[in-house]
Design a binder for this molecule. Structure first.
Ligand code: MG
Ligand code: MG
Length: 257
């Protein structure tokens, strides 16, 4: 069942989402050649806890860390390690935080030092495809409208759409109904209603969209080792559109955390 959140629940989700956003902002200056993904993970965990939240992914289905850190051809669910970021890498960082039982979920891909034109291209167009998808959101539209718009944009830019991984509802669990695919057919799927909260998260590839899962049973990589990028926001459906919850906190519970 797809849950409809009350206004108070949406404010709690916005607080969690804002902490996710602040964690991204906090980490950004540290994303430089030489830092390990484990060090980034530690910084993120300490920051999330300092904001009165808990990391959503730590222990989720056994996931061992706060962040998912996916480098270059890794798509999602990379496990922080002693790998040192190097000039020219791109890194997708997925962050979840929980406030009073409500979650926020947002991923962003970052450049490490100077990156190739190919890396710039996939980052730019994966981020744009997220907003192309979000633009579809308003009451009465359907989940398939979001995926169709993302897929059309990706294909127009010669990028692959990973189909095995999808966006999702967000609430008192970090993954709930409905699935929000990055592909689909306009006018199909569940109808969007005010109070639904969903994470939209295109995962695009420069080459083949086929993926493989690595021996650690978590990390997902492109089969052809082509670059991949991942951009995600958690949003609430409003009266006439959507509100990004994993951004700046506007209003809401007097800015209380
Ligand atoms: Mg995420
Ligand atoms: Mg997600």
């Amino acid at each position: 069942m797809i849950s409809i959140k009350s206004e108070r629940e949406i404010e709690l989700l916005a607080i969690a989402g804002n902490v996710v956003y602040q964690t991204h902002k906090y980490l950004k200056p540290f994303i430089k050649p030489g830092i390990t993904t484990k060090e980034l993970d530690k910084l993120a965990e300490e920051f999330i806890r300092s904001q009165g939240c808990t990391p959503s992914f730590l222990g989720y289905e056994g996931f061992p860390n706060t962040l998912c850190t996916s480098i270059n051809s890794e798509v999602v669910h990379g496990i922080p390690s002693n790998y040192k970021l190097k000039n020219g890498d791109i890194i997708s960082i997925d962050i979840g935080a929980c406030f009073k039982g409500y979650h926020g979920d947002s991923a962003w891909t970052y450049a490490v030092g100077n990156i190739s034109d190919d890396a710039k291209y996939i980052m730019e167009h994966t981020e744009k495809s997220l907003y192309v998808g979000l633009k579809e959101i308003k009451p009465g539209k359907r989940i398939g409208d979001i995926g169709a718009a993302i897929e059309e944009y990706a294909h127009a830019h010669n990028l692959g759409v990973v189909k095995e991984l999808v966006g999702h509802g967000v609430g008192t669990t970090v993954h709930e109904e409905p699935d929000v695919p990055n592909f689909g057919t306009k006018g199909t799927g569940p109808v969007l209603r005010k109070g639904m909260v969903i994470a939209v998260e295109p995962m695009l590839t420069l080459g083949s969209p086929e993926i493989v899962i690595l021996d650690n049973d978590w990390t997902i990589e492109t089969e052809d080792y082509s670059l991949s990028a991942h951009f995600e926001h958690t949003v609430a459906v409003t009266d006439d559109g959507y509100r990004i919850l994993t951004g700046e906190l506007k209003g809401g519970l007097n800015g209380q955390k």
